[in-house]
Design a protein around this ligand. Structure first.
Ligand SMILES: [Zn+2]
Length: 406
């Protein structure tokens, strides 16, 4: 204990030196769903979260062992000193800003456990978004660590292990998307995009690709924040939407699927769809100017780099794979200035899976079997793109490892 006390003296940090204002609650997102856990302000320990609630959400275990709290999450073990500003992982003692504490027989963990400890100690398995107050478990295979891609690093489908992509179910919360004229049971666009997003995730996991979701519940994520989910480890970004037309003669006969990449609109119809999807911004609370210089600035930036070419190729593959299962016409690859695609720093596309204003398209996007087929085709398109990408940059991968590659 003397050794420990000496270490504490060195490692101790002021308990309330919490540089970032703590959120009111933390959202824990795992493959099993999302849980909102309130943040309690403890006069001595600082902002804390109930350990039992957190363990339930993360599928972990917490136990008190003498002076320590033992936490096991995803096979990783953490020990946090009760009423002390340290934690230990893998035998190393590290400082903590807040404190672990016990109140009325309940163990409480400092908020830094989710904002700092889990993301930094989990080797990429957990990611904390400070702006959203959200910790997400990134499901899927761990990133390949070897610098040379060996045969053993490959999946049965030929892909290197460790790819992660972002799936963005359009709209959500107060923004219903389009009203879904022919969707059954009062379903709106936001419900169908969420269902399809979750199915696409399942299909990608089956194919060995990890998935970050911008949302897994009926919540609104700002358009300009969605692309930010695709950073560092993320290879590409796919936003899922449902098309619709305003009432006019024959509008219910129009059906089919199309995939957009970010660029200036060339046709009236491209401009119309972009206007419709960008309009989701009116549901957002007013905030800081999100995109310095506006969309035009980003467009100029993107036009000169390879993102546009890569995104266009991803869009092409999306269309050709969807064509195998979609019963409507292939309306092709299109381009338009989408806010949601502007902040992604990786190849990014927006898929309009069909028209809710067409009876057959609507049935296809809501039927269990056709949904599954559509999700599988979208996952296949992503795999095709990643395989192509790997082949193209094959030689540089061998020297650069997984850094920067999708
Ligand atoms: Zn939409």
């Amino acid at each position: 204990m003397t050794v420990l006390l000496a270490l504490l003296a060195v490692a101790a940090l002021p308990a309330r030196a919490n540089p970032v204002a703590a959120p009111m609650a933390v959202v824990v997102a795992t493959p099993n769903g999302e849980t909102k856990i309130p943040v309690r302000s403890d006069p001595e320990a600082g902002p804390v979260l109930s350990a039992p609630a957190l363990m339930l959400a993360l599928g972990g275990k917490a136990a008190i062992d003498g002076a320590w709290a033992d936490i096991i999450i995803a096979r990783a073990q953490f020990r946090l000193l009760i009423d002390g500003p340290v934690y230990s992982v893998g035998g190393a003692l590290k400082p903590l800003v807040g404190r672990t504490t016990v109140r009325r027989d309940t163990l409480f963990l400092p908020i830094q456990f989710v904002t700092h400890v889990l993301p930094t100690e989990s080797k990429g398995r957990f990611r904390y978004d400070g702006a959203a107050g959200r910790i997400e478990e990134i499901v899927g295979p761990p990133p390949a660590t070897a610098s040379v891609a060996k045969a053993a690093d490959r999946l049965p489908n030929g892909l290197r292990r460790g790819h992660v992509v972002t799936i963005d179910p359009g709209h959500g919360g107060p923004d219903p998307g389009n009203p879904g004229l022919f969707f059954p049971n009062g379903l709106k666009e936001k419900d169908v995009t969420l269902k399809m997003g979750i199915l696409v995730r399942q299909e990608l996991l089956k194919r060995g690709v990890g998935v970050i979701m911008t949302r897994t519940t009926d919540t609104l994520i700002k358009l300009s924040h969605r692309g930010r989910y695709c950073t560092d480890r993320c290879g590409l970004f796919v936003s899922l939407h449902v098309n619709s037309l305003a009432a006019r003669p024959g509008y219910r006969n129009v059906r089919g699927f199309e995939t957009y990449f970010l660029a200036e609109a060339l046709t009236e119809d491209e401009a119309r769809v972009a206007k419709m999807e960008n309009d989701a911004i009116r549901f957002e609370a007013p905030g800081e100017e999100e995109v310095a210089g506006g969309l035009d600035f980003i467009l100029k930036d993107l036009q000169s780099n390879e993102h546009q070419r890569e995104s266009a190729r991803l869009a092409e593959l999306m269309q050709s794979h969807m064509a195998e299962v979609h019963t409507g016409p292939n309306k092709g690859v299109k381009q338009a200035p989408y806010t949601v695609l502007a902040t992604a720093r990786r190849p990014a596309v927006l898929v309009e899976m069909g028209f809710s204003t067409n009876r057959d398209d609507a049935a296809m996007m809501t039927g269990a079997r056709s949904q599954r087929n559509l999700a599988a085709s979208i996952a296949d398109a992503i795999i095709s793109y990643l395989l192509e990408y790997e082949r193209r940059v094959g030689t540089s991968l061998a020297t650069e490892g997984s850094g920067g590659a999708p």
